[in-house]
Design a protein around this ligand. Structure first.
Ligand code: DAK
Length: 259
């Protein structure tokens, strides 16, 4: 597939999707959504990708869904649109590799919902976060009402979902929405540093760790603990477990082979 609205690169195991529709503040139109899904599908099947970074061009992350398209929707279109958004962001969230959102500027509506489907969020000082759907007479439909409340708590989530408040990067950091806050010009470097650190972790254990946290977030404690038990024991089936523990006793850094 040829991409018109995103730039996709892969270097040393670190894949990068750059949303690139500067004229529309990187708003997600149908074509862009299709392109993102295509890349996510490719990464799902790729042994070459160890980490994914998602970012936006021109100091903007994503200003939400493309309102010109949304404005024409009837309830059936909206329902289908919602299904599509859920499908894409669930695939993104379920990727076996870690996903980092590297954010500058407006991160609104579907943009914030996409960032919420990532494992980590790194934001520059210009980061602006919000779910403005309520101001358009609708509600978030790409997971925002659920993932945001789970991440920062219902009370704070309602400030964005119900009041339509937009929060700056410092507030987003205070709310636990953002993991790393830095200068705009440092965002790419911070994301690269985090990606390189993740690449050094044993890939199979990393995948299990992500699965456990994501699975447990939607389960009761006992079910989550059962899941943890299964993944914990499976990790002892890997060469990296042997190497990690050997290296510990030999007082050296482990050479993980991701097997
Ligand atoms: N859609 C289309 N065009 C947009 C846009 C958007 N979301 N955001 C900005 N633009 C366009 C503006 O219309 C304007 O175009 P021209 O007038 O120059 O032709 C240009 O970008 C510059 O915008 P402004 O003049 O407003 O520039 P400012 O610097 O004053 O403000 C802003 C920038 C990003 C803060 C502001 O434009 C803004 O608040 N934008 C709208 C935010 C918004 O309401 N977003 C949509 C929420 S609904 C799905 C995934 C997600 C969703 C649905 C489905 N699937 C995967 C299927 C989610 C729904 C939503 O996100």
């Amino acid at each position: 597939m040829e991409y018109k609205n995103i730039i996709y690169t892969l270097e040393n195991g670190i894949a990068k999707i750059e949303i690139n529709r500067p004229k529309a503040f990187n708003a997600l139109n149908t074509e862009t959504n299709n392109e993102i899904e295509d890349v996510v599908d490719a990464i799902t099947d790729s042994p070459d990708v160890r980490v994914l970074i998602i970012t936006g061009s021109s100091k903007v992350f994503v200003a939400g869904a493309d309102v010109t398209e949304l404005a024409e929707a009837n309830p059936r279109d909206a329902y289908n649109n919602c299904c599509l958004a859920h499908r894409i962001f669930k695939k993104l969230e379920a990727l076996q590799v870690p996903v980092i959102a590297a954010i500058c500027g407006p991160t609104l509506g579907g943009g914030l919902e996409m960032a919420l489907s990532c494992d980590f969020r790194i934001a520059g000082e210009s980061g602006l976060f919000g779910l403005p759907e309520i101001t358009l007479g609708i509600i978030p439909g790409a997971g925002g009402t659920q993932r945001l409340a789970k991440l920062i708590g219902a009370s704070r989530a309602k400030e964005l979902v119900m009041l339509g408040n937009r929060i700056d990067a410092a507030t987003a950091k205070e709310y636990g929405l953002v993991n790393v806050l830095c200068k705009d010009e440092e965002v790419a470097e911070e994301a690269q540093k985090m990606a390189e650190k993740l690449c050094k972790r044993p890939a199979i254990a990393l995948k299990f760790a992500k699965e456990c946290v994501n699975f447990g977030a939607n389960m009761n404690l006992d079910t989550g603990l059962e899941f943890e038990k299964s993944r914990f024991s499976l990790a002892f089936n890997t060469a990296d477990q042997k190497e990690g523990m050997k290296a510990f006793f030999e007082k050296r850094k482990p050479n993980f082979t991701h097997k």
